[in-house]
Design a protein around this ligand. Structure first.
Ligand code: M5T
Ligand code: MG
Length: 654
């Protein structure tokens, strides 16, 4: 693909790393909900502590109640605190006692080296009632801990998701509000797909950041620190042995990050390519089919699709290597713990409970490690998205400073004073235009394609700023009006009419509920589109789609005319569609035009004979300049450009 063809694609920038300002700005969005944030953080810390405590409680249960050494002294007579074992044998727990409790052939035996008594299960339970109660208590504590982990996790997940949703809701709303105020120039340079991506995908990336990444990173780090803390507390030596794999883990993770980032970026770029391809080709489906481009487009898509597939495979490979590597490292660490730990246990340096807890902690240790390295992508991705979102939010709203208050348009005179305008620097589309239109005058503008006629509308309605000169309405420069007031009184019917998805009524009043259904119908009758609408399946309630594929060009023009009329503007600007209209519709439009132009200043970019003939004055544009003006007869008599144009375009219709 050539560079020019890829202009609408995202460039994948290098990862930004951790930018303090970015975090500060993101935090500003969290501030209104910081209670949620702190609460979820608190739950996170509590949950992690509970989780860390579980192996430790098990260790206590094992060492204090299960594996404890028991010694007893004996007495031949009954005494307080002594337990009757047999006729003439009473025993009592005593650390310095001669009898010890040992296991032999699956039974407990009480022995002092000379005598030994085999104990029944009943007796052992009575003797070790403290241990059994201790175990009960430990299990209860474990249960409470488990439920607390569940409960804190639940609250934490709920609150952090709520926080994420609230934040991205605000960001999405903010983005759309921004987008509504952006100058049209912005849209000339930014393809729709990109802006849609900003408002949907990029905010979604942020959501993931808030809900899963931030919390799990904090949690993982807490866990790692906590686990190492507990392990050091239990046995610093064994901690040292078991973490000897740590450098290997760090290396493996760094390698994984490197390859994963590369693969991930590729996946994103290629997915964006698929999206862009689809968006473009779905909209242009009729052209593809009409020009038999199906096969070649299919091949093109297959190629794009395949390159995406390859990129995902590559990413999978990276993961497929990383996960088992981490697993092997985990098992190695486990082997080390068992090897050294068991020896320590056998030689009596370490209790069995500590060994048990250690194995648990090692198991726990690897989960956050795997997680952290995989979550890193989300963070980086989110920060890249945040940056792009903020860039859009920082776009300058409009080069035309909006006036806060301003006059109302009363008469509707329009004056251009040496106006020069271009969309891009260095290319002048309109050059030194001066004219004066009186209130109520009907002016037709003619000129060849690309002469700058449509551009005139853009600057009259302040959609684009001009470079030189002044535009005045009622003798007042347009920038002195509130943009709102200006556009209320200058209604425009554009060359290609945009229809929104919605019914006919809403498309005429443009979803403005201040306009009643009756007013809409009146306007439709006024412009002679009423009888066309009543032929629709559901009349005024017929749903239209945004491509207006169910309307004819003439119907669309008339709906747009009704749209303009319903607002009762002082100045009406019409950009006639170049498409030919059948004589019947032509008559309807002409009749409508006669009515709607009453008492209004009308500027029509004319493609029809009737419009030109009925105009009070005609302006002839040529290559961005106003070259001739006057009535039809005056201009015709001049035998200049107008005569030429007129002859070329209309002689056949004469
Ligand atoms: C005049 C350029 C266009 C042409 C010149 C609308 C628009 C136009 N142009 C831009 O660069 N960006 C734009 O957004 O300006 O264009 P126009 O005013 O649309 O011409 P027209 O209305 O007289 O032509 P037509 O065909 O509608 O009769 O060079 O490239
Ligand atoms: Mg045009």
């Amino acid at each position: 693909m050539s560079a020019s063809k890829d202009y609408h694609l995202e460039k994948e920038e290098e990862g930004k790393g951790f930018d303090y300002h970015l975090f500060k700005r993101l935090w500003a969005y969290v501030t209104p909900y910081r209670k949620l944030f702190y609460l979820s953080l608190l739950m996170l810390v509590l949950g992690t502590l509970f989780q860390l405590y579980i192996p430790y409680v098990s260790k206590n249960a094992i060492d204090a109640f299960m594996m404890r050494e028991h010694r007893y002294t004996s007495s031949a007579v009954e005494a307080k605190g002594y337990y009757r074992l047999d006729e003439g044998l009473w025993i009592k727990e005593d650390k310095g006692g001669a009898f010890s409790l040992t296991r032999r052939d699956g039974h407990f035996v009480l022995t002092d080296g000379l005598l030994s008594f085999r104990l029944s299960q009943e007796q052992i339970r009575e003797l070790r009632v403290d241990d059994i109660q201790g175990i009960d208590k430990s299990v209860l504590i474990l249960l409470v801990l488990l439920f607390s982990v569940f409960f804190t996790n639940y609250i934490q997940v709920y609150f952090s998701n709520k926080l994420g949703q609230k934040v991205i809701y605000d960001i999405r709303t903010g983005l759309f509000r921004k987008v509504l105020t952006l100058p049209l120039k912005f849209y000339d340079h930014n393809p729709t797909g990109r802006i849609v991506t900003r408002i949907t995908n990029d905010t979604e990336n942020l959501n993931e950041f808030f809900t899963s990444a931030v919390t799990s990173i904090v949690k993982d780090i807490l866990l790692l620190i906590g686990i190492i803390g507990f392990m050091l507390f239990l046995s610093s030596q064994l901690t040292g042995y078991s973490l000897f794999v740590l450098p290997v883990i760090v290396l493996a993770t760094a390698l994984f990050r490197f390859f994963d980032r590369k693969a991930y970026r590729k996946v994103r770029v290629r997915l964006a390519r698929i999206n862009a391809f689809l968006a473009e080709h779905l909209s242009g489906m009729s052209v593809i089919q009409l020009f038999n481009r199906e096969t070649s487009k299919y091949e093109e898509f297959k190629k794009t699709n395949h390159s995406y597939y390859r990129a995902t495979l590559q990413q999978l490979t990276v993961f497929a290597v990383f996960r088992p590597t981490m697993d092997i490292l985990f098992y190695i660490a486990l082997c080390v713990v068992i090897w050294f730990g068991s020896k320590d246990f056998v030689s009596g340096i370490m209790t069995f409970g500590v060994l048990y807890a250690f194995i648990n902690y090692i198991d726990m240790f690897f989960q956050p490690l795997r997680d952290l390295s995989e979550k890193f992508d989300i963070v980086q991705n989110a920060l890249a998205s945040a940056e792009k979102i903020f860039k859009l939010l920082d776009e300058k709203a409009s080069e035309i400073e909006p006036s806060q208050e301003g006059p109302e348009i009363r008469d509707g005179s329009v004056e251009f004073e040496s106006v020069t305008f271009g969309y891009n620097e260095g290319v002048e589309v309109l050059k030194d235009i001066s004219f004066n239109i009186r209130p109520g005058e009907k002016v037709a503008i003619v000129g060849e394609t690309g002469a700058g006629k449509t551009s005139l509308i853009g600057i009259l309605t302040a959609l684009y700023p001009i470079q030189k000169g002044r535009i005045l309405i009622d003798g007042i420069p347009i920038d002195a009006y509130q943009v709102h007031a200006l556009r209320k009184q200058v209604a425009v019917v554009l060359q290609d009419v945009f229809i929104f998805s919605g019914d006919v009524v809403d498309n005429i009043r443009l979803f403005d509920n201040a306009v009643s259904r009756e007013e809409v119908i009146d306007a439709a009758k006024y412009v002679n589109v009423d009888h066309l609408i009543s032929r629709f399946e559901k009349g005024y309630d017929t749903m239209l789609n945004e491509r207006a594929s169910t309307l004819s060009a003439g119907e669309r023009q008339l709906i747009a005319l009704a749209r303009a009329v319903v607002r009762d503007p002082k100045i009406l600007v019409l950009d006639e569609a170049t498409a030919n209209i059948d004589p019947v519709t032509e008559a309807f439009i002409q009749d409508a035009m006669e009515k709607v132009t009453q008492g209004r200043t009308v500027i029509t970019i004319a493609h029809r004979l009737s419009t030109i003939r009925n105009a009070d004055r005609i302006f002839v544009f040529h290559k961005g300049r106003l070259v001739e003006s006057g009535t039809h007869l005056e201009l015709f008599a001049k035998n200049g450009l107008y005569t030429q144009l007129y002859r070329l375009q209309y002689q056949l219709n004469e």
